[in-house]
Design a protein around this ligand. Sequence first.
Ligand code: SF4
Length: 334
Amino acid sequence: MLFISKGMNDTQNAPSKTIFSEIRKWKEENDAVILSHYYMPPELQTLTKDGGVADFIGDSLGLSIEASKVKAKNIIFCGVAFMAETAKILNPEKNVFIPDMDAGCSLASSITAQDVIDLKKKHPGVPVIAYINTYAETKAECDICCTSRNAMNIARSFEHDTLIFVPDVYMGQNLQKGIEKETGKKLILWHGRCEVHEQFTNTSLSTMRMMYPDAEMLMHWEVPEETVEESFHDRGGVLGSTNDIIRYVGESRSKKFILASECDLGAILKGTYPDREFITPCIKCPYMKKISLVNTLAALKAIGTDDARKYEVNLSPDIISRAYVPVKRMLEFS
Ligand code: SF4
């Protein structure tokens, strides 16, 4: 169990100031911006204007929107590969780089484009909603993308009685509950799982629930349905997207929260609400943690050299134009 009490500014092993200033210098020199996800290590979750390196910090929807507004020629994406691909889909004329190409995602790799083609053959005429956590080739076969922030609104918008939702089975089950109650719609689900959020079980949360009977629950939609049933419904708090979680803490009167989402989301929560207490089993995404200040600097320095190939996201024009359709439709809901 971990109490989140520190951000990057007071971490004992804080990175040297030199690397921050070097990154800022290379960003300027190479006309680049850094987009950084809330699950990045805390040192990548501080804005340039506050002495850090990120130009924008957000969840996957926020980063997708920001990617579509970027003016710089080069984007360094501090997140995982499917997110960097989304930035490329929205900015085909820009160069998009990821500091480590191996920053994958268990959800994105659970489904291929062929799997979607097969699902559509099996269920002709049923629209396919793809969670943003999919690779570009998979997106290209889907009708619309969604994030945990807009999934409910998007599912609601279809007139069909049945929808296909891929790839997260847990988020799909949680979404199914809400949408079925409200509209009677049924979802056909895939079997993907986020290997971080599936670890939030009733057992893993039981000790902290016992020790903190008055703490509210901050729970991501990607946790298993039975955890939501037992550990959320009798306690209250928020069940939603990363942004819903951040917003909820600001609106709540509670001083203590149990965080059932990626550990480093605690950095932005504690930074934004220093007077609140956050307790978490501290489960970290191994893919997100592949990104560091060191490889971010290396990617920046590589821009314009042969080494850039190691970091640059490349998608074929055909995949970009087909994947753009479901991503653009999703952004119209934002
Ligand atoms: S936290 Fe889960 S969904 Fe997000 S990148 Fe990691 S494995 Fe994928």
